[in-house]
Write a new protein. Structure first.
Length: 184
């Protein structure tokens, strides 16, 4: 990665490609003085073992005060998402990793509290799986959302309806045919 040479890099969009990301070293290649990142997107890169050095990702996010867009792949757990959000409360655009990891009710409550601190969030993409019981943790950010992308989510119709009812400012909604209707 050319992170050492790209000191003013503001946007890093890693799409599926031929680059070997099997080690999390790509995140550690950003020097400690690097603070210009505004957008980081690695949502569509296939996760592999040790792909993301979460500690290095947290450090990078924490030292980039202008970071407004963060799109994560499914390797990032809900606990890791929470830690990242604590370091980047001014995000405007968030793409979650997998939203289906097991969390206790206390951990879910902590995640919901952390999400509630993201007052500037206007766009949310749930890119991977979502467990229905976690949908309510999203309600605090729904109030200001103008864009909601659920195009890759398998979600029961009732949970979808509840989520949308919490989004009064929504202008753009992306949904696929993955909504699940209850069996009758």
């Amino acid at each position: 990665m050319c992170a050492l040479a790209c000191r003013n890099l503001a946007e890093l969009e890693l799409q599926e490609n031929e680059i070997d990301f099997r080690s999390g070293d790509w995140l550690t290649s950003f020097p400690d003085t690097y603070t210009s990142l505004v957008s980081l997107n690695f949502a569509t890169v296939r996760p592999t073992a040790n792909y993301v050095d979460v500690d290095a990702l947290e450090r990078l996010v924490a030292r980039c005060p202008l970071l407004r867009k963060l799109k994560l792949n499914k390797e990032i757990t809900l606990k890791q998402l929470q830690r990242l959000l604590l370091r980047a409360p001014n995000l405007v655009d968030l793409g979650t990793g997998s939203y289906s990891h097991n969390l206790s009710w206390a951990e879910l409550s902590e995640l919901q509290t952390t999400l509630a601190r993201c007052k500037d969030l206007r766009s949310l993409s749930i890119i991977w799986d979502v467990a229905a019981m976690f949908v309510r943790t999203l309600y605090p950010v729904c109030l200001n959302l103008t864009t909601l992308n659920l195009s890759d989510v398998h979600l029961p119709t009732a949970d979808f309806a509840k989520l949308i009812s919490h989004c009064p400012k929504l202008q753009r909604l992306l949904v696929s045919s993955f909504l699940q209707t209850p069996l009758t």
